[in-house]
Ligand binder design. Structure first.
Ligand code: URP
Ligand code: ZN
Ligand code: ZN
Length: 471
């Protein structure tokens, strides 16, 4: 039996902030006590004086190896999970994809094959539904039995992942029956495609037009429609990567009506803006959907308000990296869209800096409390996706997924010191005042003293329960 004591730190959970020692036995937290008040012995004592001891980050929106836009997201489960660990994330929930014309469970099996034995941290899956039919609907039940309790659908990307309202409604009816949650990419893709075509006809081909044609009003409209369909079907609904104040308004109204409607946003929508899509083709680094929003319209400030007031419950990353230039054996993926912004693979890297970025912009700069940071990045994702209290807190009986975070150790974010498999950082040169110091995954030290100590076979598949916020 391996015993570790994390001594002299300040334990921070979603609700508490207390000086406490933490005793870990093998994979679990087995005791908490006031420093110096116990006679525990251990194989190793980690001194956390002056540091926060928080539950490991949980990123419930990643796309390792996602096939998209004629290429694949550049991080594999091996490289992406290692980068996540470096950044203090100890669990990911990734999106397995049902290919058109194939079964839902085939997608699940394919993603298990990619991840099993190749993931440094624990992992679960949502399933992307690309094709609603009788078989898919039946397989939603099988998926739930396997611990896949959430299904992503798209009102965007016609001809790729898009589902029409009837297909969405049928899947929602099934979700209402089996207790799962429908996750929605809420943008009106049909109207957006008209605007894309018209922009290209005018010769507007640069990345900035990606941000201009994907109007925030069309995210608001799709969010409204998704909420109404879910209300009628009686299904829980989770809006993914919410970026626009119009969409937040719809979620706020629904929550005020006591509906089971939830939403996440991502660091890029809080910290970056439409102007990042400018500067010629450099803006391709920032092409993701929904797009980064105009600062002047006030989306970012509204999102912070939503996070404070719990109209937004989760911060995930939508980690979906593509390289700008040839890198590590990969092609210049973003350049597939040179001369036509609609062909730029959609997505940005983000799994690694999430905890530090949100600590900086949220806690250090006074937008959210320390407890809310832990809640948004770990506890609420665990509850939303049926992993709590195994994950998402520091408590007796919970997995020893623990991050020791140093609030006084600054660093500069850069492509030079990151670990994601991509040739740029969207936050190049940004200063953060607190950083991840030590990371434990189920009791095992996987990052310490500036070194990676994990391995790709450590992560375990998590069969998840259903959404613990549903009432
Ligand atoms: O641009 C994005 N968001 N790429 C990943 C796919 C998705 O829609 O989440
Ligand atoms: Zn999406
Ligand atoms: Zn995504």
């Amino acid at each position: 039996m391996a015993r570790t004591i994390i001594a002299n730190g300040t334990v921070v959970t979603a609700t508490d902030r207390v000086p406490a020692d933490v005793l870990v036995e093998d994979e679990k937290i087995v005791a908490l006590a006031a420093p110096g008040s116990h006679d525990w012995t251990a194989d190793e004592t980690i001194d956390a004086a002056g540091k926060y001891v928080i539950p490991g980050g949980i990123d419930v929106h990643t796309h390792m190896e996602l096939p998209f836009g004629g290429t694949f997201a550049s991080d594999t489960f091996e490289t992406g999970s290692r980068a996540a660990a470096w950044g203090g994330t100890t669990t990911i929930v990734d999106f397995a994809v049902q290919s058109r014309g194939r079964g839902l469970m085939e997608g699940y099996e394919a993603w298990r094959e990619k991840a099993d034995g190749n993931c440094a941290i624990d992992y679960g899956f949502h399933l992307i539904i690309s094709d609603v039919n009788e078989q898919t609907l039946k397989e939603m039940d099988t998926a739930v039995e396997e611990g896949v309790t959430s299904f992503k659908m798209f009102m965007a990307y016609p001809g790729v992942f898009y589902s029409d309202d009837g297909q969405i409604f049928r899947a929602m009816q099934k979700a209402a029956e089996n207790g799962s949650t429908i996750m929605m990419h809420a943008e009106n893709g049909i109207a957006i495609d008209v605007l894309v075509e018209q922009a290209l006809q005018r010769g507007e081909t640069d990345p900035i037009y990606h941000g201009i044609v994907r109007k925030s009003i069309l995210e608001g409209e799709a969010t409204h429609r998704a909420i109404k369909l879910a209300e009628l079907a009686g299904a829980p609904l989770y809006i993914v990567h919410l970026s626009a104040l119009e969409a937040l308004e719809e979620v706020t109204i629904a929550r005020d009506q006591d509906l089971n409607v939830f939403a996440e946003t991502c660091p890029q929508y809080l910290l970056l803006g439409l102007d990042d899509l400018g500067n010629g083709f450099e803006g391709a680094k920032y092409v993701c959907s929904p797009p980064l929003r105009d600062w002047e319209a006030g989306h970012q400030e509204e999102l912070w308000r939503g996070l404070r007031g719990n109209d937004l419950q989760v911060i995930s990353t939508d980690h979906c990296p593509f390289c700008m230039d040839e890198f590590d054996g990969l092609i210049a993926q973003k350049r597939l869209g040179e001369g036509d912004f609609s062909k730029i693979p959609n997505g940005m890297p983000g799994v690694e800096p999430r905890m530090e970025l949100i600590y900086q912009a949220g806690v250090a700069e006074g937008r959210i409390s320390l407890n809310r940071w832990v809640e948004l990045c770990s506890t609420a994702p665990a509850k939303m996706f049926g992993l709590y209290p195994q994950k998402g807190t520091i408590a007796v009986g919970s997995d020893a997924d623990i991050v020791i975070f140093d609030p006084n150790k600054a660093k500069t974010i850069s492509v030079e010191n990151q670990h994601m498999r991509v040739d740029y950082s969207a936050y190049e040169g940004w200063e953060v005042s607190g950083t991840v110091d030590t990371v434990l995954s189920r009791g095992r030290k996987i990052v310490a003293d500036g070194e990676y100590l994990g391995d790709k076979s450590h992560g375990r598949y998590l069969a998840r329960g259903t959404n613990q916020y549903v009432h």
